[in-house]
Ligand binder design. Structure first.
Ligand SMILES: Cc1cc2nc3c(=O)[nH]c(=O)nc-3n(C[C@H](O)[C@H](O)[C@H](O)COP(=O)(O)OP(=O)(O)OC[C@H]3O[C@@H](n4cnc5c(N)ncnc54)[C@H](O)[C@@H]3O)c2cc1C
Length: 321
């Protein structure tokens, strides 16, 4: 349902809707509706919405492809923001690839392939937006986003825009400082290397096949837990005999012990219960605490009632999902 744009957002390139189902916007196919959802078409609209949400104390969820996200069954009692329009653009200049934060990694790797640029093949099958991948320094098959990132345009939760070199963003394994700061990745550029196109195409096919063999076909969110230092979460979980374990409609994939699948009708509560069982089993057997890789949204957004377009009050800036 479309809603009237509040005066503070008038003139910005965006669309605002109320009570928007989120389950279909996540790869787990779980979760209730967002109270509001804004699709923003450029950096000015993104900054405007972030500023407006912060001033009104409205909980804000940046939503990419929903491939690393568990939305609560009650939904998101705030505003979900989706990058659209110019923030989906992908362009190649020489050996540099520039992209909006909402562009998919599939679009980036296809543009790189067509331009004869190598570097994104390992990341090509991750069902992510560019912005979501920068935030967590996504990686697979020996490469990660920060191997190639040159700079990123970031927007703070208060709506300030800055472009910074990649080296200015602290990062590590499946983590960057953006996780804590809550800054939004509006765009960025990557440095790639010129290689023969056939070589790139062959590597893309190899990665696609490896992923097809490794991952379940049912709805899932990829790896549920990060690998602990020097080990693999999947190995530990498998050793605990957890493959096939169920809580309601959520199941530890019989194919990959670090993946939870929605085997049919799973709720967010089912997934949370199953995650807790998995963590307890690994803690008991190996004394290791597994840390979630997926973002688990709280059943109610922290400390807030429903957002009221145009309302003012305390700031909602700071870290967030
Ligand atoms: C089948 C499958 C396979 C996967 N394989 C891999 C893999 O090999 N390697 C890997 O690293 N991950 C993998 N993942 C996990 C997931 O794809 C990544 O974590 C991905 O980067 C999440 O991006 P997203 O756009 O879907 O973000 P979402 O899931 O929509 O959001 C995740 C978090 O990122 C935040 N976010 C979203 N967009 C932005 C933005 N523009 N700026 C700042 N924050 C933002 C959200 O607020 C949220 O906190 C896999 C997932 C699936 C379902």
């Amino acid at each position: 349902m479309s809603v009237a744009v509040p005066p503070a957002l008038e003139g910005l390139r965006l669309r605002l809707r109320a009570d928007v189902p989120l389950a279909t916007r996540t790869t787990l196919r779980i979760g209730g509706p967002a109270r509001l959802l804004a699709e923003v078409d450029d950096v000015a609209a993104l900054a405007g919405v972030l500023r407006w949400a912060a001033r009104g104390g409205t909980p804000l969820l940046m939503l990419g492809k929903g491939s690393n996200l568990l939305v609560a069954d009650e939904g998101w009692d705030g505003i979900a923001v989706v990058l659209a329009g110019k923030l989906l653009a992908v362009a190649v200049e020489g050996e540099t690839l520039r992209a909006g934060g909402g562009a998919s990694l599939a679009a980036l790797s296809a543009a790189a392939r067509d331009a004869g640029l190598s570097g994104l093949e390992g990341l090509s099958g991750i069902p992510s937006t560019f912005g979501g991948a920068v935030r967590i320094n996504a990686g697979s098959y020996g490469s990660e986003v920060f191997d190639h990132l040159v700079e990123a345009t970031l927007v703070t939760r208060g709506g300030k825009v800055r472009t910074v070199p990649a080296g200015a963003i602290a990062h590590g394994y499946r983590w960057t400082a953006l996780v804590e700061s809550g800054e939004v990745v509006a765009a960025g550029s990557l440095s790639l290397a010129r290689r023969p196109r056939e070589e790139i195409v062959a590597r893309l096919a190899e990665v696609r096949e490896k992923r097809r063999m490794a991952l379940p076909v049912e709805p899932n969110a990829g790896s549920i837990f990060k690998n602990p230092p020097g080990d693999f979460a999947g190995r530990l979980l498998e050793a605990c005999g957890l493959k096939g374990t169920r809580e309601g409609g959520a199941e530890v994939s019989p194919r990959h012990a670090n993946v939870i699948v929605n085997a049919g009708g799973a709720t967010a509560a089912d997934v949370r219960r199953l995650m807790a069982r998995m963590q307890a089993a690994v803690r008991e057997r190996f004394g290791i605490s597994l840390e979630p890789e997926i973002v688990v949204l709280p059943a109610r957004a922290p400390g807030a009632g429903p957002p009221r377009p145009g309302s003012s009050g305390t700031t909602g800036a700071g870290s967030g999902p």
